[in-house]
Design a protein around this ligand. Structure first.
Ligand code: SF4
Length: 523
């Protein structure tokens, strides 16, 4: 087996050094590149075709990653690095050919963000005779190293995001007043969530986000991806940032046009407005085009200079300093078993309309799926309260649903989707991440969106032909899991409401839920 070691190494003049930069590590300051210099090594950027075919990723996700890798290779070359941008049938074959062609004796990588990739790399080296020594360089892609996160997690009995986020604010001095232990959160509160839940009103017109017309590199990738058979999503209208310069422009454009109103309608969903005031920075952050601390500092600086309302500024910083770091930290802290969690014993296969990205017959669902088909994007409330909520209520298989999210979203990665889907959306981890399930009926969707107006179902109706599937499934879910959640203090109110439903009406509601599931082919 290939030798493997950790830590930063000085490049040896005797050994031929190769640095493999992964597709989500596209930053010139990433730790493996920073451990060497342009004259001391070769750099590999490797595109695996079988990985794309096997995973069946959304076409726009493939275009984004492959185009960003090619642009990054060109940027490194311009800075004097020797770069091999390789497209191969598989990681194994491409890596082996590159190692043998260049006599690589030390293979250096920055630690991957996804837990499983480390063992995958070690496995790839196994069949190679005289493999290079494998050296892992600690990642600088996140604010919390694995050790720092483990230190935090080890000190807490309950690993709640709010507590982690507050420690992050103190640790990095973000939106704080005063110094040291006496520092307090700006505005006297840590959290302005209550001000960020306004339902949509008529005539909302969020400024459109920046989109980029594909250059020659991206156009070539689009042509290639469009020719690949049997992949979900459309490449038409691809406009995501694929370089650091574009990502920085996207950040400035967000600050100038949408930051001030980001908070107020953060949870609102409107037909024809798929991005609302959301930042759309996650794909750039997750590829490494943007670094989390530079984004946070810039948001804080410009936000305070421009008197941006604190509910907006705190809301967007919470997503990066809080959620992003927290989900990555937990992905590694919980370990492999977490991904297999299924605390609610949910085994329903995914309905065909999820894979087809449309055809559910529910206006809310089909709107969101259509937006994903066109852009590989849905904002966080669409993900949590339409897609995730449905998966929770219908009892969809957590592993299959996590895989679906992993394949379909522009900003996806294993570390992103595992905790967000298994933990946050489906409660399949039994509450290790969120204290109670995020279950909601059609009334919530009706309040927070304009979807129901166009739907053949009625959001308040829980039984009968016009019963809203979210509503009948919601009461069915509560009844099904009464033993588990009936005594939960934060669910006392909803269980009181369940008790008030006459037995015959509950039976009809549960029958409507069963009919819906049979109709989806997922019963
Ligand atoms: Fe969705 Fe129900 Fe509203 Fe239709 S009525 S859009 S299914 S929540």
């Amino acid at each position: 087996m290939a030798g493997a070691s950790d830590g930063r190494r000085e490049a040896s003049s005797q050994r031929r050094l190769g640095i493999w930069v992964l597709g989500d590590q596209l930053h010139a300051g990433q730790a493996a590149l920073a451990s060497s210099g342009p004259g001391d090594c070769r750099v590999l950027l490797l595109q695996s075709l079988d990985q794309a075919a096997r995973r069946r990723c959304h076409r726009q996700k493939l275009v984004l990653v492959w185009s960003a890798m090619r642009h990054f290779a060109a940027e490194l070359r311009a800075a004097g690095w020797v770069v091999d941008a390789v497209s191969a049938e598989s990681y194994g074959r491409g890596l082996r050919r590159w190692i043998e062609a260049h006599g690589v004796q030390e293979l250096r990588l920055m630690e991957p963000a996804d837990r499983g990739f480390r063992s995958l790399v070690m496995g790839l080296l196994e069949p190679i005779p005289n493999p290079p020594e494998l050296v892992w360089v600690p990642s600088n892609a996140f604010l919390w190293s694995r050790e720092a996160f483990a230190g935090w997690a080890g000190r807490h009995r309950q690993l709640r995001m709010e507590s982690f986020y507050r420690d992050g604010r103190r640790r990095f001095g973000v939106l704080m007043e005063g110094e040291g232990a006496a520092a307090t959160p700006m505005g006297g509160r840590w959290n302005f969530d209550k001000e960020n839940r306004r339902p949509p009103r008529k005539g909302l017109a969020p400024p459109p986000p920046l989109r980029w017309t594909p250059d020659a590199i991206t156009a070539e990738v689009i042509e290639h991806v469009a020719s690949l058979p049997d992949l979900p999503g459309s490449v038409d209208g691809f406009g995501w940032p694929v370089t650091r310069a574009q990502a920085l422009e996207a950040l400035e454009h967000f600050i100038a046009t949408r930051l001030a109103d980001f908070g107020t309608y953060q949870d609102a969903m409107v037909r024809g407005q798929p991005t609302m005031w959301h930042a759309l920075l996650s794909s750039s952050l997750n590829l490494g085009l943007l670094q989390p601390l530079e984004v946070i500092r810039r948001l804080e600086q410009r936000g305070l200079e421009d008197d941006v309302p604190l509910n907006a500024l705190e809301g967007v910083i919470r997503q990066i300093l809080g959620w992003r770091e927290y989900t990555h930290g937990l992905h590694h802290w919980f370990g492999e078993d977490y991904g297999r969690s299924n605390a609610l014993d949910a085994h329903r296969p995914l309905p065909d309309w999820l894979e087809a990205l449309g055809g559910s017959g529910m206006a809310c669902m089909d709107t969101v799926l259509g937006e994903i088909r066109d852009s590989a994007y849905a904002h966080h409330i669409q993900r949590l309260m339409i897609l995730g909520n449905y998966g929770l209520l219908a009892g969809l298989d957590p592993q299959a649903f996590t895989g679906w999210f992993r394949r379909l979203f522009i900003d996806s990665a294993d570390w992103v989707m595992e905790t967000n889907v298994i933990g946050m959306a489906l409660h399949a981890d039994g509450g290790r991440l969120a204290s109670k399930p995020y279950a909601a009926s059609g009334s919530y969707v009706n309040r927070m969106s304009d979807y129901c107006r166009q739907c053949r179902f009625k959001p308040k109706q829980r039984s009968g032909e016009e019963a809203c599937p979210f509503t009948s499934l919601y009461w069915d879910f509560l009844a099904r899991h009464r033993d588990r959640f009936g005594a939960h203090p934060r669910m006392a109110l909803v269980y009181k409401q369940l008790e008030k439903i006459p037995a015959g009406e509950l039976e009809a509601t549960r029958a409507a839920a069963a009919r819906h599931l049979q109709g989806t082919g997922a019963s």
